[in-house]
Design a protein around this ligand. Structure first.
Ligand code: NAP
Length: 348
């Protein structure tokens, strides 16, 4: 029988993925490094479990031999993705994760040939970052095949989880990123601001180094990409301050201090049900042609779970593309329309 492994299942998002998977009648094997938490979770959801750290190669290989693919939920992925993807390549099993980190996407893209040789799909970013925006990017490219410039923006109305905050804190001080002429370019944090018309609301957006700076290029071939999000004024000021204090934010004592301040968990069910996300994108070409589209999607963590499991179900059905993949490159722009609650709008 086909099955999959959820690694990091005791994290906020890992447990949500597990819960929704079980509700759909799936029986994933769960894993993580904390025996007590993983065992308790396995009992709660009546699933098999394995306990191993990312350094325990033999246990890793044994666990992967029992499944067809992994949904890797243990982040920050710049610290955890390498041993997992290497194990998947060794075992010939597909790799998916919920990263949003540009460096991770780029490292995975470099494994394309190895993944093809192994006959596996490597698809990082099967969560909110990057499925909706990646599908929007591909949709815009379909509408304007000559596009040379892509701008994407999202507005997440809801709380963020421990792991998201931990990953953001770890990467604070690294500045921003855009893609120019096909190359990823470092720019200052909060480099540009602009008004974004999300349809039901207009908001001031600020550039961020979101995963699409990497992935939208692979999904669309568009060489110039900027991604914006909406943050409170205080956060924008902090981002600008980080341009000068970046060196300090990266030091170990400051990182240790900041990481310890992050509360565990994430939005509860009620908060997720109330939240939603708005996405906007525009593509233009050198002839002055321009298209805009928008998406409305469920709250970010709900979307993450729904997209990760939609892709998981496709892989279970044998529907995958060998090599490094982005969600829209393999499954097309309309993948996101399969998610309950998602609406797409092409009106100006
Ligand atoms: N793409 C998206 O839209 C999206 C959505 C949600 C989350 N995320 C990302 O997913 C990650 C998890 O977020 P979260 O809020 O669920 O985090 P969380 O609640 O803090 O849980 C993190 C999980 O990762 C495990 N972990 C962390 N470092 C590990 C390591 N070195 N080795 C083994 N296991 C390790 C933790 O295990 P222990 O309990 O043993 O420490 C825990 O199971 C973050 O990077 C976040 O940014 C992305």
């Amino acid at each position: 029988m086909k099955n999959f492994l959820i690694y990091g299942a005791n994290g906020y998002t890992g447990e949500l993925v597990l819960r929704y998977a079980v509700e759909r009648g799936l029986k994933p094997i769960i894993a993580g490094r904390n025996a007590e938490k993983i065992e308790a979770l396995a009992r709660k959801f009546d699933v098999d479990f394995r306990v191993f750290s990312l350094a325990e190669t033999a246990k890793f290989d044994e666990a992967l031999s029992e499944v067809d693919f992994v949904i890797h939920c243990a982040g920050p992925f710049s610290l955890t993705s390498k041993p997992m993807v290497e194990a998947c390549l060794r075992a010939g099993k597909h790799y998916t994760d919920i990263t949003g980190e540009i460096a991770v996407f780029e490292a995975m893209a470099r494994l394309d040939a190895k993944a093809k040789d192994a006959g596996i799909m490597i698809m990082p970013g099967v969560g909110f970052d990057v499925v909706p925006s990646d599908c929007l990017a591909r949709h815009l490219k379909n509408r304007l095949p000559s596009a040379t410039d892509l701008t994407l923006a999202f507005y997440g109305m809801g709380k963020i989880s421990h792991g998201t905050r931990a990953t953001m804190t770890m990467n604070a001080g690294q500045g921003g990123a855009i893609r120019r002429n096909g190359e990823i370019e470092r720019v200052p944090a909060a480099w540009k601001t602009r008004e974004i018309d999300f349809g039901e609301i207009k908001k001031e957006g600020v550039t961020i180094p979101w995963g699409d700076v990497s992935t939208a290029f692979y999904s669309t071939g568009i060489p110039n990409i900027e991604v914006y999000t909406v943050v409170p004024d205080s956060a924008r000021k902090m981002m600008k301050l980080s341009r000068y204090l970046g060196w300090l934010l990266k030091t170990k004592p400051v990182q240790n201090y900041l990481q310890k301040q992050i509360p565990p968990g994430g939005p509860d069910d009620e908060e997720r049900a109330k939240g939603k996300t708005l996405l906007w994108g525009a593509a233009s070409d050198t002839q002055g042609n321009r298209v805009e589209s928008r998406l409305v999607a469920p709250e970010g963590y709900t979307t993450t779970v729904l997209t990760a499991l939609a892709i998981a179900e496709k892989i279970l059905d044998g529907n995958f593309c060998a090599g490094f993949q982005t969600p829209a490159k393999c499954y097309g722009a309309d993948l996101i329309l399969e998610i309950e609650g998602v609406k797409r709008n092409d009106e100006l």
